[in-house]
Design a protein around this ligand. Structure first.
Ligand code: ADP
Ligand code: ADP
Length: 237
């Protein structure tokens, strides 16, 4: 599980993006983070994966305090955080299978030798994940030949390839049509359910948050202003 305590982020520009955020997400819980643009949603995710350094407060993942790690420990901790992005962040000129493998290997340079040396193992695992997201017959295609929805399926498989302890998901459907958006949300939710994986999902779409989360957190001006089940959310939010 992930525990965040009194998290504050003030950027060098003076922007007070997070003003004391505390929350705990237990294993298996899917949390939707909603709020207007500039509320601090991206900053919160970036503090967890440490693309942004928090100003104060603590973040612990499975009882490891992420705010006190050295570089090497941080790299290790990051391998346990699966990230899914709005614009997919695939490597365009390599195949679907290679993109999924990069979730485990990181460096693209490793992949050709891996494919030679370990024909089974990781490759099999990657293909199994592609089956889970409905893309197994596309594994040899280059990423740049895929539609948006297919790209996000690859993004999900790549994150799961990390065997993560936490999923961090930033506006996964903002570039997709409404129908595809729901399919993608369903895939993410099912993946979390199956693995008892906690997830924090930034969503600007409140309807999606209502349908596809266990819990909704509302962020406004860097503070939590709502924390409850989807059914408790007022219509006007
Ligand atoms: P959201 O994801 O909810 O739209 P952000 O976390 O992107 O919110 O932004 C929260 C606040 O922090 C905003 O006022 C934004 O302008 C500011 N901010 C975000 N990133 C940076 C940055 N790299 N440098 C300075 N200010 C930033
Ligand atoms: P999103 O809507 O996805 O949160 P934003 O448009 O807020 O994205 O931010 C895009 C990029 O610009 C991010 O890297 C963010 O950190 C940075 N950024 C946002 N606000 C500011 C700001 N006031 N000053 C500097 N960088 C910012």
């Amino acid at each position: 599980m992930i525990q965040i305590s009194n998290l504050v982020k003030v950027y060098d520009t003076g922007d007070r993006a997070l003003q004391g955020v505390s929350l705990t997400v237990p294993r298996g819980q899917v949390v939707a983070l909603i709020g207007p643009s500039g509320a601090g949603k991206s900053t919160l995710l970036r503090c967890i994966n440490r693309l942004v350094t928090p100003s104060s407060g603590s973040i612990t993942l499975d009882s490891v305090d992420l705010t006190t790690l050295n570089k090497k420990q941080l790299r290790q901790a990051r391998t346990k955080m699966g990230m899914i992005f709005q614009e997919y962040a695939l490597v365009e000129h390599i195949t679907v299978l290679e993109n999924v493998l990069s979730g485990r290997l990181g460096s693209m340079r490793m992949i050709p030798s891996l494919l030679r040396r370990y024909p089974g193992g990781l490759v099999e695992q990657a293909l199994k994940l592609l089956r889970e997201v409905g893309l197994e017959d596309q594994f040899e295609k280059r990423a740049d030949a895929l539609s948006g929805g297919q790209r996000q399926r690859v993004g999900i498989a790549r994150a799961l390839m990390q065997e993560p302890r936490l999923l961090l998901v930033d506006e996964p459907t903002a570039s997709l049509d409404p129908k595809t958006a729901r399919i993608i949300m369903r895939l993410i939710i099912n993946a979390c359910r199956e693995r008892n994986l906690p997830a924090i999902i930034n969503l600007h779409d409140v309807q999606l948050a209502r349908h596809f989360s266990d819990r909704i957190l509302g962020l406004e001006k860097g503070r939590l202003v709502f924390d409850g089940e989807p059914g408790e959310l007022n219509d006007e939010i």
